[in-house]
Write a protein that binds this ligand. Structure first.
Ligand code: HEM
Ligand code: HEM
Length: 354
C-alpha cells in the first residue's frame, strides 16, 4: 500500500519527498531531546499514549495478552489505575526507547533498516495491522504537540514525524508483501498436514536418507559437519544404510511435520523455528547453507511425485520454501547475547526432536 502511494508520488514530482531531509532530521532530534529532558515524563509518555489509543480504539487492547483485561474508561480514577499498571508502563517504555533508537539512527540507513525489519517482524507475527500504526501515529503526533506546545512542535515537526512513521509503515508494508508465502487456506493446510504426516510416518528413513545423500552429492564439504569424513564414498552401501544418516533425515522430516502442523499460528511457527535456528547457529551452520537443501528436497520430491496429486506436491514445496525462508529471516534476529545466555548442554536436548 505504502509502496503504491510512494510510486504515485514519485511519478508526479520526480523526487522522493517521503525521505527525511537533514533539516527534518535535526527537527526530529530537537523535539525528541525536549521530550527526553523531563525523564519522568518521558517514561510515562508511552503508557499515556497507549491509554489514549485504547480509549479511541478499544479493540486493540485485546491484542495485548498481558493487560487486555485492565479496565479503561475516561474516568480519571481508572486512567490512573491503568497508567500505573506495570505491564502497560513497561510496554510504553519499550515503545519510547525503540523510538529513541530509531531517532538516533536516522542518519545510519543500514542499521535503521535492520532495526525496522526486526521491529516489523515482531509486530507482523502478532498480526498487528498497518492501520493500527497509522492510528497510533496520529494520536502520537497530537500527544507530542500537546506535551511540547506549539512553539516547539509546529507544522514542520508534524511533517517530519509523519515521515518517521512512514519509514515504520514501509517496513511493515514490506513484511505484508511476504505474506503470500505463508498464507495457506484451511483446505490447503489440511492437505499439507495429512500428506506430509503420511510421508514422514511411512517414508522418513528413505526420504531422509535420500535427502542427505543428495545434499552430500552436491556439497561434499558438508560431510564433516555431520561427523562423516570428506573422503566418504557416497555409493558405499554401509554408508547409505547408516543409521546416523537416516536419523539426520528423519530429524528434518519430523521438524517440518511439527512446523507444518502449526502453520495456522505464525507466532508459534517463529518460536519453533527460533529453537531450530539456535541449534544450527551453535553448530556453525550459516543461513545461506539452507539454500543448499532446496535442490535436494526438490529432487527427492520428484522421486515420489507420482504418488501424489500435483496440487499436493505444490503445497508441500511452497510450505518448505516458506519454512526455509523464515529460518533465514530468523537468523538475523538471533543475537549473540541470547546464545551466550543459553546453557548449550540443555538446549541441544530441548531442540532434538527424535
Ligand atoms: C511506533 C509504534 C510502536 C513501537 C515503537 C512498538 C514497540 C514495541 C516493542 C519494542 C515491543 C516489545 C518487544 C517485542 O516483544 O517485540 C512491542 C510489543 C508489542 N507491541 Fe508494539 N510498538 C508500536 C506499536 C504497536 C501497535 C500500534 C500495536 C497494536 C495495536 C502494538 C502491539 C504490540 C503487542 C501486542 C506487543 C506484545 C506486548 C506484550 O506481549 O506484552 N505495538 N512493541
Ligand atoms: C529446513 C531445513 C532443515 C531442518 C528442518 C533441519 C532440522 C534439523 C533438526 C531437527 C536437527 C536435530 C535437532 C537439533 O539438534 O536441532 C538437525 C540437526 C543438524 N542439522 Fe539441520 N535442518 C535443516 C537444514 C540443515 C542444513 C542445510 C544443514 C547444513 C548444511 C544442517 C545441518 C545440521 C547438522 C550438522 C545437525 C546435527 C547433526 C548431528 O546430530 O550430528 N541442517 N537439523
Amino acid at each position: 500500500m505504502f509502496q503504491q502511494l510512494k510510486q504515485r508520488f514519485l511519478s508526479q514530482t520526480g523526487e522522493d519527498d517521503t525521505k527525511l531531509n537533514t533539516k527534518e532530521i535535526d527537527l526530529i532530534r530537537e523535539t525528541w531531546s525536549h521530550l527526553r529532558s523531563d525523564i519522568a515524563g518521558f517514561k510515562t509518555f508511552g503508557a499515556d499514549l497507549f491509554i489514549v489509543f485504547f480509549q479511541h480504539y478499544p479493540d486493540y487492547q485485546k491484542q495485548f495478552k498481558s493487560f487486555k483485561d485492565v479496565p479503561i474508561s475516561f474516568s480519571t480514577v481508572s486512567m490512573q489505575t491503568m497508567r500505573y499498571n506495570k505491564k502497560l508502563l513497561a510496554h510504553g517504555t519499550y515503545v519510547m526507547y525503540t523510538l529513541s533508537m530509531i531517532v538516533d539512527n536516522l542518519t545510519n540507513p543500514e542499521t535503521l533498516d535492520q532495526m525496522l525489519k526486526r521491529f516489523a517482524r515482531n509486530h507482523y507475527r502478532r498480526r498487528i495491522q498497518i492501520t493500527a500504526f497509522e492510528r497510533l501515529r496520529d494520536i502520537f503526533i497530537v500527544q507530542l504537540a500537546e506535551r511540547l506546545g506549539p512553539e516547539l512542535f509546529g507544522k514542520k515537526a508534524t511533517i517530519a514525524w509523519r515521515k518517521v512513521f512512514d519509514y515504520i509503515l514501509n517496513a511493515l508494508d514490506q513484511m505484508d508483501s511476504n505474506k503470500e508465502m505463508s498464507s495457506f487456506s484451511p483446505n490447503e493446510l489440511t492437505i499439507l498436514q495429512k500428506v506430509w504426516y503420511n510421508i514422514t510416518r511411512t517414508q522418513s528413513n528413505v526420504f531422509g536418507t535420500n535427502l542427505f545423500l543428495r545434499l552430500f552429492e552436491l556439497h561434499s564439504n558438508y560431510l564433516p559437519m555431520f561427523g562423516f569424513p570428506t573422503t566418504t564414498c557416497l555409493k558405499d552401501e554401509t554408508f547409505r544404510g547408516c543409521a546416523k544418516l537416516a536419523a539426520h533425515g528423519a530429524n528434518v522430516m519430523y521438524a517440518l511435520n511439527m512446523v507444518f502442523d502449526n502453520l495456522d499460528d505464525l507466532e508459534m511457527v517463529d518460536e519453533l523455528l527460533s529453537k531450530l535456528v539456535h541449534s544450527h547457529v551453535r553448530r556453525g551452520i550459516e543461513p545461506q547453507m539452507f539454500d543448499d537443501i532446496v535442490q535436494p528436497f526438490a529432487d527427492v520430491m520428484d522421486g515420489i511425485r507420482s504418488q501424489f496429486d500435483s496440487n499436493e506436491v505444490e503445497i508441500i514445496e511452497r510450505a518448505f520454501m516458506f519454512v526455509k525462508q523464515r529460518i533465514q529471516q530468523l537468523y538475523e534476529e538471533v543475537d549473540a547475547a541470547d546464545l551466550f545466555d543459553d546453557d548449550s548442554s540443555h538446549s541441544s536436548i530441548d531442540a532434538t526432536i527424535i
